[in-house]
Design a protein around this ligand. Structure first.
Ligand SMILES: Cc1cn([C@H]2C[C@H](O)[C@@H](COP(=O)(O)OP(=O)(O)OP(=O)(O)O)O2)c(=O)[nH]c1=O
Length: 197
């Protein structure tokens, strides 16, 4: 059974490669707006499910599994997505400075015949205090723009992270232990195992 990664994120591709799971990429393009009053946990799960469903519909009748994910930074019940512009990015970094926030990633596995399963994984990340100058310097790099919360823990922003509780790969966009467990349950093999064993 072939695995389709419904993602345009280079991080998700690299993370899946890291654990030796063969896959093909077929990105989903969906409306990512949040419903009025929608709790962050429900929002990220709905996003992952919608990405998976859109791509699964392209493979009707085929023996594939579609994997989709959505990552959001959550602070005071607000969802911080990708910064829209410099001002937005500056506001996000100022809010994250000196505090802990949650990074939520939902993963969804969908078969074209309709079966699907979703899992939500949470990681707590604590930032050191960031000066205005530091935020400006970071925003002058190309790192913040395609990332939830306007930072990348795998890049320069690692310097801002004083502690993390939970899965690191979850922050980068795909919680690997949980993903691997779900894939194994469906018989999708990595280089670490052979189907049927
Ligand atoms: C917090 C954080 C997020 N991110 C990234 C992971 C996700 O790619 C992105 C959140 O946006 P998503 O909407 O989850 O994903 P995406 O638009 O990049 O890709 P696709 O929907 O096609 O799968 O932020 C990091 O790379 N590092 C970090 O430290």
């Amino acid at each position: 059974m072939e695995l389709i990664l419904a993602s345009a994120s280079p991080r998700r591709r690299e993370l899946l490669q890291q654990i030796g799971v063969p896959h093909r990429c077929d990105p989903a393009d969906i409306d990512e707006s949040r419903h009025e009053g929608e709790p962050p946990e429900e929002y990220v799960q709905r996003m992952a499910q919608e990405k998976a469903a859109v791509v699964a519909a392209r493979y009707s009748g085929q023996s594939v599994v579609v994997l989709a994910a959505d990552t959001s930074v959550v602070l005071d019940e607000d969802v911080l997505g990708k910064p829209a512009d410099h001002f937005d990015g500056l506001g996000m970094l100022a809010r994250l400075s000196g505090r802990s926030h949650a990074v939520l990633t939902a993963i969804c596995l969908q078969r074209p015949d309709g079966d699907s399963q979703t899992q939500l994984v949470e990681t707590q990340v604590t930032f050191t205090s960031l000066s205005r100058e530091l935020c400006e310097a970071y925003l002058a790099t190309d790192e913040p723009w395609d990332k939830a919360g306007g930072y990348g823990i795998q890049g320069l922003a690692a310097a801002f992270v004083s502690s993390i509780e939970g899965s690191y790969s979850n922050v980068v966009g795909l919680p690997l232990a949980q993903t691997w467990q779900m894939l194994s349950g469906l018989g999708i093999a990595s280089v670490l195992e052979t189907p049927g064993e």
